[in-house]
Design a protein around this ligand. Structure first.
Ligand code: SF4
Length: 75
């Protein structure tokens, strides 16, 4: 079974993906549990959302590696 295009929810830090036994994936808004202006299960695709926060890419949080090892030396 295919899931609908989630729009912004597909790359939002607040989203929780909930699967069922039939293979469907639902997109639950975690912000809805702390802010009543948001729906727990928004109508998809979400095209604009004031609460949208981009997911943090765990691979992108390292600094540029220039190949030069700079050891920390205590003084
Ligand atoms: S804050 Fe908006 S974009 Fe993010 S999961 Fe909730 S409804 Fe989707």
């Amino acid at each position: 079974m295919t899931s609908p295009n989630p729009g912004l929810c597909g790359r939002c830090a607040w989203v929780r993906r909930v699967g069922n036994r039939r293979g469907s994936t639902f997109f639950m808004c975690g912000l809805a549990s702390v802010d009543g202006r948001y729906r727990r299960y928004p109508a998809l695709p979400v095209l604009t959302c004031a609460g949208f926060e981009p997911e943090v890419d765990s691979d992108a949080d390292h600094e540029d590696d220039d190949g030069i090892d700079t050891p920390l030396t205590p003084h």
